[in-house]
Design a protein around this ligand. Structure first.
Ligand code: CA
Length: 136
């Protein structure tokens, strides 16, 4: 599936073990991956590479994930990129804030990769159907 293998997912996550695990599984399912270890690096990579989807941790060095989310949504080039927040913060208030800041989905840690993959695929499908009339 050439189309799927071209999709780039930016993982903004400071926990090395978790980002490696995410990369391993996402690459296994045909995605290209890129990791940023703090909020500032994440913003830079997002602007430079324009990924197809962003997986965003909240408790990040330098810039908090909620602020990263807000800044991404204010950037014209990446406003349309789906953002999936993946955080240990599990209160309803935090989830609402994340979605209010422009995130498309919110998952709490610990998580099962199968569910994350399913949500990633759904977000990319939704985005694909908005930007194209082709059914692929
Ligand atoms: Ca973190």
């Amino acid at each position: 599936m050439a189309l799927e293998s071209e999709k780039l997912i930016l993982i903004i996550e400071d926990e090395a073990d978790l980002s490696k695990l995410l990369e391993f599984h996402l690459q296994h399912h045909g995605y290209e991956t890129l990791v940023a270890r703090d909020g500032m690096a994440g913003l830079n990579e997002a602007v430079q590479r324009t990924p197809d989807l962003i997986i965003l941790d909240l408790m990040l060095p330098k810039i908090h994930g909620l602020e990263v989310c807000r800044l991404l949504r204010n950037s014209p080039a990446i406003r349309q990129v789906p953002i999936l927040i993946l955080s240990a913060l599990h209160t309803t208030a935090t989830k609402i804030r994340g979605l209010d800041m422009g995130a498309d989905d919110y998952m709490t840690k610990p998580f099962e990769f199968a569910e994350l993959l399913s949500r990633v695929n759904a977000l990319l499908r939704r985005r694909g159907s908005e930007s194209s009339v082709q059914w692929n």
